[in-house]
Each structure stands twice: as structure tokens, then as C-alpha cells.
Design a binder for this molecule. Structure first.
Ligand SMILES: [Cu+2]
Length: 151
């Protein structure tokens, strides 16, 4: 019985070796496909850069009204140069600011009560939804936050 049990163990070992070499082949295939894809993504980036150069600039008026931004959603094309006019109309006399995140070039601008302050940022090339907030203590938690939709 002992000699009969031996062959299956040897077969299992062989199967394990076959799986390992299968993984190695899969890894090599993945590696070579990445090499093939790299020039394509570079071309894609170049196309995006051209689109950015051709795209019209965007201008947005953002009103700080109490503990909220109006509007609280801004839509811009990927890579757009965005001019934001932050207008502080909060009757409580509190300063407010506007802070972007994960854009190609982020900005923060502060507007004191009654002020209109202008800033310019460049949107990211990656479409998606990005937060913008007022960084004054407790303001974003109180609802002073919005979404920058990059399309
Ligand atoms: Cu604020």
C-alpha cells in the first residue's frame, strides 16, 4: 500500500511545478503587453495635452453664503484653466476660502466679508469627482464643501 501511495504524491508535485511555470508564462505575457501598451498611453496623453491647449477657459462665480457654497458643484473639462471668483456674501461677517485638491495645480483663496477674490487653477487631466472645501475650522463639516466634476 505504501508503494501505491507514492505515485499520486509525485503527480501532485508535478502539477505544482506546472502551475508555477504557468504563472511565470502569464507574468511574461503581462510584461510584454505592458511594453506594447506604453506607446499607446503616451499617444493618449499627447492627445489630451492638445485638447487642453484647444479648450476654452472656464470662469465660475462661487458665492460663500453662510456655511455653504453656491453653486456646490462645478463642472469643467479635463485640463481646463479655471478662473474662480469667490464672493463672500456671508452676513455673519466670517471670512471663507476656497481650496481645491488633486488638480494639476491646486489653489486656495480667501475672501473676507464683502470681498470678491479671483484665483486661477488648472484642472486635472483625470476625469472624476474631486472635493473642494472651505478650510476654516469647522466650515466644511458644517456643509461648506462642494464637488468639482472634471469631465
Ligand atoms: Cu467658510
Amino acid at each position: 500500500m505504501g508503494t501505491e501511495a507514492a505515485p499520486p504524491v509525485g503527480q501532485m508535485r508535478n502539477t505544482g511545478r506546472a502551475r508555477r511555470s504557468g504563472l511565470l508564462i502569464a507574468g511574461l505575457a503581462l510584461g510584454s503587453s505592458l511594453l506594447v501598451l506604453t506607446p499607446l498611453s503616451l499617444a493618449g496623453l499627447r492627445r489630451e495635452a492638445m485638447a487642453v491647449r484647444d479648450g476654452p477657459p472656464v470662469r465660475v462665480e462661487l458665492v460663500a453664503d453662510g456655511m455653504r457654497f453656491v453653486p456646490n458643484e462645478i463642472r469643467v473639462p479635463a485640463g481646463a484653466v479655471v478662473t474662480v471668483d469667490l464672493v463672500n456674501q456671508d452676513p455673519s461677517g466670517t471670512p471663507h476660502d476656497f481650496q481645491t485638491f488633486r488638480q494639476r495645480r491646486d489653489v486656495r483663496v480667501v475672501a473676507w466679508p464683502g470681498e470678491r477674490r479671483t484665483t486661477v487653477f488648472t484642472a486635472t487631466d483625470k476625469p472624476g469627482r474631486y472635493p473642494f472645501i472651505c478650510t476654516l475650522r469647522g466650515h466644511s463639516a458644517a456643509g461648506m464643501a462642494g464637488v468639482l466634476v472634471v469631465e
